[in-house]
Design a protein around this ligand. Structure first.
Ligand code: GRF
Length: 191
């Protein structure tokens, strides 16, 4: 029997990938539902967007907790209450700790705006631009305890045009992200 899987999307910022995933669900190209949107930034635009879509949110302020284990314990409770099957990181600007990793082993994925293992960490688009590479891209990978180190699931190259600016490159990369992430999640859910 086919069952529609439940996703939690974790994000700290704008939420354009969250919107791309939600729109793919609405358009029927991604068979899933977003059961929870999680953010560590109470004022983030992604939370506004999630509320507009009528989705359930879990917002927390890391500074109100003694450590990562304390807030991840609450996150895992919220995920389990919402019966979440997969955790989708989309601009969640934190390393995932052992509490969440062990609760969702093999079920946490991330999107990174470079061709890993190049340009790990913050501002991957700026790093690639400054390095003067002619090709960069997008990587979707499983999440482990490292920063952008988990097993790669999908990659797509993006050419850096000679006339490109940092802003234009970001736009080109995001256009790929918004198509590749929903497609890849759909593929993963069907395995
Ligand atoms: C994306 O570029 C993603 O690759 C990175 O964080 C950014 C999030 O952007 N991990 P948005 O909030 O989805 O617009």
């Amino acid at each position: 029997m086919k069952t529609t899987k439940k996703l939690a999307v974790f994000a700290s910022g704008t939420g354009s990938n969250f919107i791309a995933i939600q729109e793919a669900i609405e358009q029927g190209t991604l068979d899933a539902t977003i059961a929870l949107v999680v953010s560590d930034v109470p004022t983030s635009a992604v939370i506004e967007k999630a509320k507009k879509k009528g989705l359930k949110t879990f917002v927390f302020n890391p500074q109100s907790y003694s450590d990562k284990e304390a807030f991840e314990t609450e996150i895992v409770e919220a995920l389990s209450e919402a019966k979440v099957d997969w955790v989708i990181l989309a601009g969640y600007m934190r390393l995932v700790g052992p509490t969440l990793l062990s609760a969702y082993e093999g079920k946490i994925v991330n999107i990174h705006p470079s061709l890993l293992p190049s340009f790990k960490g913050l501002d991957a688009i700026g790093q690639a631009f400054d390095a003067g590479v002619k090709i960069t891209g997008v990587t979707i990978h499983f999440v482990d305890e490292g920063m952008d180190t988990g097993r790669i699931i999908a990659q797509e190259a993006v050419t850096v045009k000679n006339s490109s600016t940092r802003v234009a490159l970001q736009k080109d990369i995001q256009a790929v992200e918004h198509r590749l992430y929903p497609e890849t999640i759909n593929y993963l859910l069907q395995q």
